[in-house]
Design a binder for this molecule. Structure first.
Ligand SMILES: Nc1ncnc2c1ncn2[C@@H]1O[C@H](COP(=O)(O)OP(=O)(O)O)[C@@H](O)[C@H]1O
Ligand SMILES: [Mg+2]
Length: 398
């Protein structure tokens, strides 16, 4: 590239001095400490109209008094550059979105003399974002409807089979056939109501009920919940909460649901293991560098990479439509995200799986109640997410 020629530089300097201010597609105003607009560029006039002799809040917000939360005031106070998004109506009267930046013009002693306010119209970007969100929502709705149709179709086949057995049994006076058909009917009715209940629980969700409590409480509760089922299946269930963990702002019922979903899957994976080896499931908690970690490890049948990739997607289940709903891990993932955390799974086919939930303490949501309720985190087993789980367990145990 050729080095810049002096003449060009002078021309550019002149343009910067004389025209840049008016030609940039950004509305710029210079504001004094009393909110008066001292100078504004052409784009500003285009976007907000006449400004001479007016205050910023009158022009930007059509207000008669200063805004309650004013970024310019803050920049006057601390001299820092600020950026934020604002909504408002400009000249056009249409809803518009602006990216507003405040920059200080300082005196030699560092005090702020003026604040320069620059706003860029980002309405087009916002419109594209909204369109993308809507497209994603519609895609999710489509996927959901397909999943429901699939789940219901399988159950309908079971109901039809049951009806056929009952009606042919009645025609032939075959009581044993009627009884068999009746069992099929009632199993499939139970199945469809469980599916719908789990799905509604997932779809409706609920606000996290966050309280400061012992992070080990859900670990112990899930250990107690599954002790009998594991023992009956000959699975060694080990519960190892790290002693002395400081209270954390979590929704203990929701974390209970997560761990219970993981343990329920781990037990399923052990039960489906071929080869008769001794099966075990371990639930642990620990803390590393301000991150709370829960792990559920099993030595069940494990998964290959293809399956592992899909397990957090809606309705994905390898358990067949009579046992799995494919909603457990999806719900678990959602709860973990509500807590500002992440979940990952490491699995080896034929050897077992490890599910790990990481909750950084500094990303945990704010508790709803005062710390005075510390320790009062008894589970309400029939509330919110737990419904899904207990309904599933009840059905499985029945
Ligand atoms: N511990 C595990 N070991 C092996 N496979 C697992 C394990 N946990 C989950 N999976 C796989 O992930 C799938 C989705 O799990 P989930 O969302 O709980 O639905 P569901 O249990 O109803 O099938 C399971 O069907 C199974 O294929
Ligand atoms: Mg499950």
């Amino acid at each position: 590239m050729k080095p810049p020629v002096d003449g060009h530089n002078r021309e550019i300097d002149r343009w910067i001095r004389n025209q840049l201010f008016d030609e940039v597609p950004i509305a710029i105003s210079v504001i004094g400490p009393d909110f008066s607009i001292l100078r504004a560029n052409r784009q500003f006039r285009r976007m907000y109209g006449p400004w001479r002799g007016r205050r910023c809040y009158q022009v930007y917000k059509q207000r008669s008094t200063p805004c309650e939360w004013c970024a310019a005031v803050e920049t006057f106070r601390d001299g820092r550059i600020r950026t934020r998004e604002e909504e408002g109506g400009g000249q056009s009267g249409l809803p518009s979105h602006y990216l507003v930046q405040m920059a200080p013009v300082t005196r030699r002693d560092g005090s702020v003399r003026y604040v320069i306010e620059m706003s860029t119209d980002i309405s087009a970007v916002k419109r594209l974002e909204a369109e993308k969100r809507e497209a994603e929502r519609l895609a999710a709705v489509g996927q959901t409807v397909a999943g429901i149709a699939h789940g219901v179709k399988n159950v309908l086949m079971g109901l039809e089979g049951g009806m056929y057995a009952v009606s042919t049994g009645m025609e032939r006076g075959d009581d044993e056939r009627i009884a068999r058909g009746w069992v099929m009917l009632s199993e499939n009715v139970t199945r469809i109501s469980q599916f719908i209940r789990e799905f509604l629980d997932f779809a409706r969700g609920r606000e996290a009920r966050v309280r400061l409590c012992d992070p080990n409480e859900p670990v112990r509760a899930v250990g107690r919940l599954f002790a009998e089922r594991a023992a009956a299946a000959g699975i060694a269930l080990e519960v190892r909460p790290e002693p002395g963990l400081a209270p954390a702002a979590i929704d203990p019922d929701a974390i209970h649901t997560c761990l219970a979903n993981l343990v329920s899957n781990a037990i399923d994976a052990c039960l489906a293991t071929e080869g008769g080896r001794a099966c075990m499931v371990t639930i642990t908690s620990q803390e590393e560098d301000g991150v709370l970690i829960y792990e559920v490890v099993d030595n069940g049948h494990g998964m290959d990479a293809e399956i592992t990739k899909k397990i957090f997607t809606q309705f994905f289940s390898t358990k067949g439509s009579d046992r799995g709903t494919g909603l457990g891990l999806l719900t678990t993932n959602k709860i973990v995200h509500q807590h500002g955390g992440r979940i990952e799974c490491i699995s080896t086919e034929g050897e077992g799986s490890c599910f790990r939930i990481e909750l950084p303490r500094d990303a945990l949501p704010r508790p709803l109640e005062s710390p005075a309720v510390k320790g009062a985190c008894g589970h309400r087993p029939r509330a919110g997410y737990s419904d899904t789980l207990l309904a599933a367990n009840d059905a499985e145990e029945a």
